[in-house]
Design a protein around this ligand. Structure first.
Ligand code: COS
Length: 386
């Protein structure tokens, strides 16, 4: 699945312009009001952003992973809250259905996900199951033709906006093989949302708890119709998500570097531009080289991801996606830190963008698997191969 080069070039150019003309001017609004304006969400729908990864037969644009990464790189150049509005529909919310869903489930949900009329969130994490999702406690008990779901999900991105959840629950014994993935409509009895999480950064990104109290869903809502496959579905979805986040990290690093260069060109001390001092240039150079290394890595791994059969698990590619996430999200942390340093005192003041980007990027090293989880995936793979 991929868009032809010419059409993709036009799309990428449209997203590039949209980021500069529409999103960047709204960054202060998002920061001050902690919301993404509805008009912008409507524009995102019109641009097709919700359906980037959904095949054309379901009304999406049908990008390959390599193409999706290029669009994520563009979206990474502005406040990360904008990307988060579309992020779950492009990635962790929709991909389980696309990879492992039945034809009926795909027909039913993917067109609305692609158009953005249905926001779908990914509900894996729980109060006691984050890095170790195989220990999750939300239960699904079969009663007649329905599963009855009970439990709590935590830090669920886009939950306040969601019309449905891709939700993992335990339908059998302990461990990964007892977990099933469900499609759960958000408006059914027994679902309630926690209060909005107050976060360090990424203002405008909406997360909260999702509580399930005797929620009845049909057994037909198990993704793929077969219980016990939910853990693997979730892991495959996360492999893909980790690449998308890596591209986003590179885009944001590039934006921070641009802000830093502009500041270094304008700010004068000791009678000259601070960018003319070699100690400032060294920081800029380190950031530029690391961004190039990270972005090259992401593109290479995305191409390998595209080369394997869609929805399959390739441990080598999975390990490489973890390498990309580990390297790029740590890298953007260093770039943001240097960005603040180059700005000096101004780097600590909210009206300069690097202050908020510094806070925004901190999350990238945490969600969709912490750096330490990526190290674990890489290390385990190497030890198995040896
Ligand atoms: N894709 C498909 N299947 C996978 C997979 C992947 N990426 N990774 C593992 N599996 C399979 C394994 O092959 C194994 O299958 P078998 O039982 O058939 O052998 C099964 O899943 C269990 O794998 P494993 O024993 O490696 O599972 P662990 O519980 O040890 O967990 C880690 C492995 C740590 C990698 C996993 O728990 C993880 O990624 N944790 C982080 C979760 C996360 O990112 N949370 C963020 C929340 S979402 S924002």
């Amino acid at each position: 699945m991929a868009l032809d080069d010419e059409t993709f070039g036009l799309l990428k150019e449209s997203v590039h312009r949209f980021v500069r003309d529409r999103l960047m001017p709204a960054e202060d609004h998002v920061e001050e009001r902690d919301e993404v304006p509805q008009e912008i969400i409507d524009d995102m729908k019109n641009l097709g952003l919700f359906g980037l990864s959904i095949p054309e037969e379901y009304g999406g644009i049908g990008l390959s992973m390599a193409q999706e990464c290029q669009v994520a790189y563009e979206l990474g150049h502005t406040a990360l809250a904008f990307r988060s509005v579309v992020g779950t529909n492009i990635g962790i919310g929709s991909q389980g259905i696309l990879m492992d869903g039945t034809p009926e489930q795909k027909e039913k949900y993917l067109p609305e996900i692609a158009s953005g009329d249905l926001i779908v969130a990914f509900a894996l994490t729980e109060p006691d199951a984050g890095s170790d999702p195989a220990s999750l406690k939300t239960r699904g008990v079969l009663e007649g033709d329905d599963y009855v779901l009970n439990g709590n999900k935590r830090y669920i991105t886009n939950a306040p906006r969601a019309g449905a959840f891709t939700l993992m629950a335990r339908t059998d014994g302990p461990g990964p093989n007892g977990i099933s993935a469900f499609i759960v409509p958000a408006n059914i009895d027994g679902i309630s949302l926690g209060k909005p999480d107050k976060k360090m950064g990424q203002r405008g990104t909406k997360t909260c708890d999702v509580n399930l109290d005797n929620v009845h869903v049909s057994k037909d809502n198990i993704i793929g119709g077969i219980p016990g496959r939910g853990f693997k579905t979730a892991m495959k979805v996360l492999d893909r998500g980790r690449l998308h986040i890596s591209a986003l990290a590179c885009g944001m690093a590039d934006r921070i570097l641009t802000e830093s260069v502009l500041y270094a060109q304008q700010r004068k001390q000791f009678g000259q531009r601070i960018g003319d001092f070699q100690l400032i240039q060294a920081m800029l150079a380190d950031s530029q080289a690391e961004i190039l290394a990270g972005w090259s890595l992401v593109q290479a791994v995305a191409r390998r991801y595209d080369a394997k059969p869609f929805g399959s698990f390739d441990p080598e590619v999975s390990m490489q996606a973890s390498c990309a996430k580990m390297f790029t999200t740590e890298m953007v942390g260093r770039v943001a830190d240097r960005g603040v340093q180059i700005h000096g005192g101004a780097g600590y003041i909210n009206e300069y963008k690097v202050e908020r980007f510094y806070r925004d990027v901190r999350l990238l090293r945490l969600y969709e698997g912490t750096t330490q989880i990526q190290q674990l995936v890489i290390g385990k793979h190497l030890m198995r191969a040896a």
